[in-house]
Design a protein around this ligand. Structure first.
Ligand SMILES: C[S@@+](CC[C@H](N)C(=O)[O-])C[C@H]1O[C@@H](n2cnc3c(N)ncnc32)[C@H](O)[C@@H]1O
Length: 190
């Protein structure tokens, strides 16, 4: 086979891989759309923007509440190798894909995927919580954050902001060259 044929095979292989990813995402999205907080992976723009936030530097434990197939964790994990990363997701099928995603990562630095209810996961020793949430779950989440997070801990989300709360200071960031936004909530000292 000459080099043009190799390039042709390579391009076909990449296209097939991209198509496979799109189909898998679409099937999972359709299957789990009925939930109050449905599966919808974060777009790569906010994923990367969140991962690059200086406020995450040096954080020891970062938790994605409702981690889906681990897209957001992946972006964060690539930049914050020293942090302990945890994904909490109640859907076993999505957890299967998330664990497969991290299967070849070295044990040290590999995100831990926990099957469980994000509202039941204790945030006592967590430095940063990230997530992609919608309005229906936000009041309950906010109450949990206010009760369990220690001063200085941050909550970071994108696309939809959390309601204001006196226990948190809020910072809004417009992602350059995009219409998307990120919000950082820092737990205030008592
Ligand atoms: C919008 S997706 C976000 C996925 C991922 N964080 C990301 O940014 O790509 C929300 C996820 O939360 C999960 N979820 C909804 N309610 C949950 C609960 N009570 N406990 C754990 N996970 C939950 C859904 O199954 C879904 O995968």
């Amino acid at each position: 086979m000459n080099w043009i044929a190799w390039i042709f095979v390579g391009v076909q292989f990449i296209l097939l891989f991209v198509l496979f990813r799109i189909v898998i995402r679409l099937v999972l999205f359709i299957l789990f759309f009925h939930e109050s907080l449905p599966y919808a992976p974060s777009n790569w723009v906010p994923q990367r923007a969140i991962a690059r936030l200086p406020v995450l530097d040096g954080r020891k434990k970062i938790v994605d509440l409702g981690s889906g197939t681990g897209e957001l964790l992946l972006a964060i994990g690539k930049r914050h190798r020293a942090a302990e990363l945890v994904g909490v997701e109640h859907n076993r099928a999505l957890n299967f894909f998330a664990r497969a995603r991290f299967f070849f990562w070295r044990k040290k630095g590999r995100p831990t995927i926990i099957t469980g209810d994000m509202f039941a996961y204790s945030l006592q020793n967590v430095d940063a919580v990230v997530g992609y949430w919608i309005q229906v779950v936000m009041p309950q989440l906010l109450e949990k954050f206010a009760k369990e997070l220690r001063p200085g801990a941050v909550v970071i989300c994108h696309t939809f902001p959390l309601p204001d709360h006196p226990a948190f200071s809020k910072q809004e960031i417009n992602i350059p060259y995009s219409k998307k936004q990120i919000w950082i909530y820092t737990k205030c000292s008592l």
